[in-house]
Design a protein around this ligand. Structure first.
Ligand SMILES: [Zn+2]
Length: 230
Protein backbone atom coordinates (compact mmCIF):
# COMPACT_ATOMS: atom_id res chain seq x y z
CA UNK A 1 0.00 0.00 0.00
CA UNK A 2 1.47 3.33 -1.09
CA UNK A 3 -1.11 6.04 -0.70
CA UNK A 4 -0.74 9.79 -0.95
CA UNK A 5 -3.47 12.22 0.06
CA UNK A 6 -3.55 15.99 -0.30
CA UNK A 7 -5.10 17.85 2.62
CA UNK A 8 -6.51 21.34 2.15
CA UNK A 9 -6.44 23.66 5.15
CA UNK A 10 -8.25 26.98 4.66
CA UNK A 11 -8.06 29.17 7.78
CA UNK A 12 -11.15 31.27 8.40
CA UNK A 13 -9.06 34.46 8.74
CA UNK A 14 -7.43 34.13 5.34
CA UNK A 15 -8.15 34.55 1.64
CA UNK A 16 -7.60 31.96 -1.10
CA UNK A 17 -3.83 32.43 -0.87
CA UNK A 18 -3.92 31.28 2.78
CA UNK A 19 -5.06 27.78 1.84
CA UNK A 20 -2.26 25.29 2.43
CA UNK A 21 -1.73 21.72 1.28
CA UNK A 22 -0.14 19.33 3.76
CA UNK A 23 0.46 15.86 2.33
CA UNK A 24 -0.40 12.57 4.00
CA UNK A 25 1.41 9.33 3.13
CA UNK A 26 0.17 5.91 4.15
CA UNK A 27 1.68 2.46 3.90
CA UNK A 28 1.00 -0.73 5.88
CA UNK A 29 2.60 0.55 9.07
CA UNK A 30 3.00 4.33 8.79
CA UNK A 31 0.75 7.36 8.50
CA UNK A 32 3.00 10.29 7.74
CA UNK A 33 2.05 13.96 7.58
CA UNK A 34 4.32 16.33 5.65
CA UNK A 35 4.01 19.77 7.33
CA UNK A 36 1.42 20.45 9.96
CA UNK A 37 -0.41 23.73 9.36
CA UNK A 38 -0.94 27.07 11.08
CA UNK A 39 -0.90 27.83 14.79
CA UNK A 40 -4.38 27.04 16.10
CA UNK A 41 -5.37 24.94 13.09
CA UNK A 42 -5.63 21.60 14.94
CA UNK A 43 -9.43 21.53 14.47
CA UNK A 44 -9.03 22.13 10.72
CA UNK A 45 -6.30 19.50 10.51
CA UNK A 46 -8.43 17.02 12.46
CA UNK A 47 -11.37 17.66 10.14
CA UNK A 48 -9.20 17.27 7.02
CA UNK A 49 -7.90 13.95 8.38
CA UNK A 50 -11.40 12.82 9.40
CA UNK A 51 -12.69 13.39 5.87
CA UNK A 52 -10.16 10.73 4.79
CA UNK A 53 -11.10 8.46 7.69
CA UNK A 54 -8.07 9.23 9.91
CA UNK A 55 -7.38 11.00 13.19
CA UNK A 56 -4.29 12.81 14.55
CA UNK A 57 -3.82 9.95 17.04
CA UNK A 58 -3.11 7.61 14.11
CA UNK A 59 -0.20 9.67 12.78
CA UNK A 60 3.14 7.91 13.19
CA UNK A 61 5.40 10.69 11.84
CA UNK A 62 5.40 14.32 10.81
CA UNK A 63 8.07 15.39 8.34
CA UNK A 64 8.74 19.14 8.60
CA UNK A 65 10.11 20.74 5.44
CA UNK A 66 11.24 23.83 7.37
CA UNK A 67 10.54 26.02 10.38
CA UNK A 68 7.85 28.46 9.29
CA UNK A 69 4.73 29.10 11.35
CA UNK A 70 2.39 27.70 8.67
CA UNK A 71 4.39 24.45 8.56
CA UNK A 72 5.03 23.86 12.28
CA UNK A 73 2.02 25.59 13.86
CA UNK A 74 0.35 22.45 15.20
CA UNK A 75 3.46 20.35 15.89
CA UNK A 76 3.55 20.82 19.68
CA UNK A 77 -0.21 20.22 19.96
CA UNK A 78 0.06 17.11 17.79
CA UNK A 79 2.88 15.74 19.93
CA UNK A 80 0.91 16.43 23.13
CA UNK A 81 -2.10 14.57 21.81
CA UNK A 82 0.01 11.75 20.40
CA UNK A 83 3.29 11.29 22.37
CA UNK A 84 4.34 8.37 20.12
CA UNK A 85 4.50 10.70 17.12
CA UNK A 86 7.99 11.08 15.65
CA UNK A 87 8.99 14.46 14.22
CA UNK A 88 11.47 14.47 11.33
CA UNK A 89 13.41 17.42 9.88
CA UNK A 90 16.85 18.42 8.69
CA UNK A 91 19.49 19.03 11.37
CA UNK A 92 19.53 22.76 10.62
CA UNK A 93 15.77 23.20 10.97
CA UNK A 94 15.65 21.01 14.10
CA UNK A 95 17.34 23.74 16.15
CA UNK A 96 14.62 26.23 15.18
CA UNK A 97 11.77 23.74 15.57
CA UNK A 98 12.96 22.85 19.07
CA UNK A 99 13.27 26.53 20.00
CA UNK A 100 17.06 26.29 20.45
CA UNK A 101 17.75 28.98 17.83
CA UNK A 102 15.84 32.27 17.39
CA UNK A 103 13.16 31.86 14.71
CA UNK A 104 14.27 33.38 11.41
CA UNK A 105 10.87 34.91 10.55
CA UNK A 106 10.51 36.41 14.01
CA UNK A 107 13.91 38.04 13.67
CA UNK A 108 12.95 39.33 10.21
CA UNK A 109 9.55 40.61 11.36
CA UNK A 110 10.98 42.38 14.41
CA UNK A 111 13.53 44.12 12.19
CA UNK A 112 10.89 45.17 9.66
CA UNK A 113 8.24 46.36 12.15
CA UNK A 114 9.75 49.85 12.86
CA UNK A 115 10.10 50.46 9.10
CA UNK A 116 6.40 49.82 8.34
CA UNK A 117 4.04 52.62 7.42
CA UNK A 118 1.42 53.60 10.00
CA UNK A 119 -1.20 51.72 7.99
CA UNK A 120 0.83 48.52 8.03
CA UNK A 121 1.84 48.63 11.71
CA UNK A 122 -1.26 46.81 13.01
CA UNK A 123 -0.93 43.98 10.50
CA UNK A 124 2.77 43.78 11.34
CA UNK A 125 2.02 43.48 15.06
CA UNK A 126 -0.62 40.81 14.38
CA UNK A 127 1.93 38.83 12.36
CA UNK A 128 4.52 39.19 15.14
CA UNK A 129 1.96 37.95 17.64
CA UNK A 130 1.20 34.95 15.41
CA UNK A 131 4.89 34.08 15.13
CA UNK A 132 5.33 34.41 18.89
CA UNK A 133 2.58 31.82 19.43
CA UNK A 134 4.54 29.07 17.66
CA UNK A 135 5.39 26.47 20.29
CA UNK A 136 8.68 24.58 20.05
CA UNK A 137 8.70 20.82 19.61
CA UNK A 138 11.63 18.42 19.86
CA UNK A 139 12.71 16.71 16.66
CA UNK A 140 13.14 12.95 17.00
CA UNK A 141 14.89 12.13 13.74
CA UNK A 142 17.12 14.37 11.63
CA UNK A 143 17.72 13.68 7.94
CA UNK A 144 20.05 14.87 5.19
CA UNK A 145 20.12 15.10 1.41
CA UNK A 146 20.17 11.60 -0.09
CA UNK A 147 18.59 9.84 2.88
CA UNK A 148 15.76 7.51 1.98
CA UNK A 149 12.92 7.38 4.49
CA UNK A 150 11.28 3.96 4.74
CA UNK A 151 7.78 5.13 3.92
CA UNK A 152 5.67 3.96 0.99
CA UNK A 153 8.45 2.02 -0.67
CA UNK A 154 11.02 4.81 -0.32
CA UNK A 155 10.82 8.51 0.19
CA UNK A 156 13.96 10.41 -0.82
CA UNK A 157 15.11 13.45 1.12
CA UNK A 158 16.23 16.30 -1.16
CA UNK A 159 18.03 19.28 0.34
CA UNK A 160 16.32 22.35 -1.17
CA UNK A 161 17.86 25.23 0.81
CA UNK A 162 17.24 28.92 0.27
CA UNK A 163 13.73 29.74 1.51
CA UNK A 164 15.40 28.61 4.75
CA UNK A 165 18.86 27.09 4.87
CA UNK A 166 17.70 23.70 6.12
CA UNK A 167 14.66 23.33 3.88
CA UNK A 168 14.03 19.81 2.55
CA UNK A 169 11.71 18.37 -0.09
CA UNK A 170 10.56 14.75 -0.35
CA UNK A 171 10.28 12.49 -3.37
CA UNK A 172 7.83 9.62 -3.09
CA UNK A 173 9.13 6.97 -5.47
CA UNK A 174 5.98 4.86 -5.68
CA UNK A 175 3.97 7.85 -6.90
CA UNK A 176 6.74 9.64 -8.84
CA UNK A 177 5.72 12.69 -6.82
CA UNK A 178 7.92 15.44 -5.39
CA UNK A 179 6.58 17.22 -2.32
CA UNK A 180 8.33 20.58 -2.62
CA UNK A 181 7.25 22.33 0.58
CA UNK A 182 8.13 25.98 -0.02
CA UNK A 183 11.01 25.29 -2.42
CA UNK A 184 8.37 26.16 -5.04
CA UNK A 185 4.94 27.75 -4.94
CA UNK A 186 2.28 27.19 -7.56
CA UNK A 187 0.93 30.54 -8.67
CA UNK A 188 -1.44 30.87 -11.66
CA UNK A 189 -0.25 27.54 -13.04
CA UNK A 190 3.45 28.43 -12.76
CA UNK A 191 6.06 27.15 -10.31
CA UNK A 192 7.91 30.04 -8.71
CA UNK A 193 9.93 31.07 -5.65
CA UNK A 194 8.05 31.47 -2.37
CA UNK A 195 8.30 35.04 -1.04
CA UNK A 196 11.76 35.64 -2.55
CA UNK A 197 12.19 38.85 -0.54
CA UNK A 198 12.22 36.77 2.66
CA UNK A 199 14.40 33.94 1.39
CA UNK A 200 17.24 33.26 3.80
CA UNK A 201 19.50 32.90 0.74
CA UNK A 202 17.88 33.91 -2.52
CA UNK A 203 20.57 32.47 -4.82
CA UNK A 204 20.27 29.11 -3.06
CA UNK A 205 16.49 29.34 -3.32
CA UNK A 206 16.76 29.87 -7.10
CA UNK A 207 19.10 26.90 -7.34
CA UNK A 208 16.70 24.73 -5.33
CA UNK A 209 13.75 25.77 -7.50
CA UNK A 210 15.72 24.58 -10.54
CA UNK A 211 16.48 21.33 -8.69
CA UNK A 212 12.74 20.81 -8.18
CA UNK A 213 11.90 21.71 -11.79
CA UNK A 214 14.57 19.48 -13.34
CA UNK A 215 14.21 16.51 -10.99
CA UNK A 216 11.83 14.87 -13.44
CA UNK A 217 8.98 13.96 -11.10
CA UNK A 218 5.67 13.41 -12.84
CA UNK A 219 3.87 15.43 -10.16
CA UNK A 220 5.06 18.27 -7.94
CA UNK A 221 3.06 19.26 -4.86
CA UNK A 222 3.53 22.76 -3.46
CA UNK A 223 2.42 23.62 0.07
CA UNK A 224 1.11 26.87 -1.34
CA UNK A 225 -0.81 26.17 -4.52
CA UNK A 226 -1.18 22.38 -4.51
CA UNK A 227 -0.62 19.97 -7.37
CA UNK A 228 1.39 20.66 -10.54
CA UNK A 229 0.43 19.90 -13.20
CA UNK A 230 -3.25 20.10 -12.36
ZN1 LIG B 1 4.91 28.19 3.84
Amino acid sequence: MNELFLLRIAPEWGDASSTISPVLLRDESNLVLIDSGYVGSMPLLSTALAVLGFSPAQLTHVIVTHHDHDHVGTLAALKRSNPQLKIISSQLEAAYIAGKAPALRLTQARAIQPTLTADAQAAGLAFLSLLEQVEPADVDWTVSDGDVLPFCGGCDVLATPGHTLGHISLYMRARDTLVAGDAAVLDSGTLALANPQFAEDRALAEHSLQKVLTFGAKTIICYHGGVFPK
